[in-house]
Design a binder for this molecule. Structure first.
Ligand code: CO
Length: 134
């Protein structure tokens, strides 16, 4: 597969309203948008550093995967996302190497990207997201 760079880092927060001002007003990162990603049960709030983005993630409920993560681990680093040129090929290749991907098909992520997640067990402990720009 071809990795095109770090697309964003995902940070789990308890509240976008409470936690976004640091990124928005202290670091002065340009705001790209706030979006509900229903299929992941998250609201994303995205900032652009110019070289990779910061994606704040708020859970839509305590019964969502992110809600459970927050309960167990608390707020903080959640995942790192790499941009790929072709996500379908990437998934196929990962499966050939017995890497544990969390879905067999790409799903729709924030900003219209096609995304897939790789289980931390397969990566040395970090949840990894791959994303292809649509
Ligand atoms: Co992400």
């Amino acid at each position: 597969m071809k990795i095109l760079g770090i697309e964003h880092i995902g940070i789990a927060v308890n509240s976008i309203d409470k936690d976004a001002p640091f990124w928005k007003h202290i670091l002065n990162l340009p705001h790209r948008g706030t979006e509900a990603v229903e299929n992941q049960g998250v609201t994303t709030d995205i900032y652009d550093t110019g070289r990779g983005k910061v994606e704040l993630l708020e859970a839509m409920g305590s019964d969502t995967p992110l809600g459970k993560f927050l309960e167990k681990r608390g707020a903080g680093m959640h995942h790192v996302c790499f941009e790929v040129d072709n996500i379908t090929n990437a998934i196929k290749e990962l499966k050939e190497f017995n890497i544990q991907v969390l879905s067999n098909e790409p799903t729709m992520g924030a900003e219209g990207y096609k995304v897939v997640f790789i289980h931390p067990k397969s990566t040395g402990g970090v949840l990894v997201e791959l994303a292809e720009k649509s």
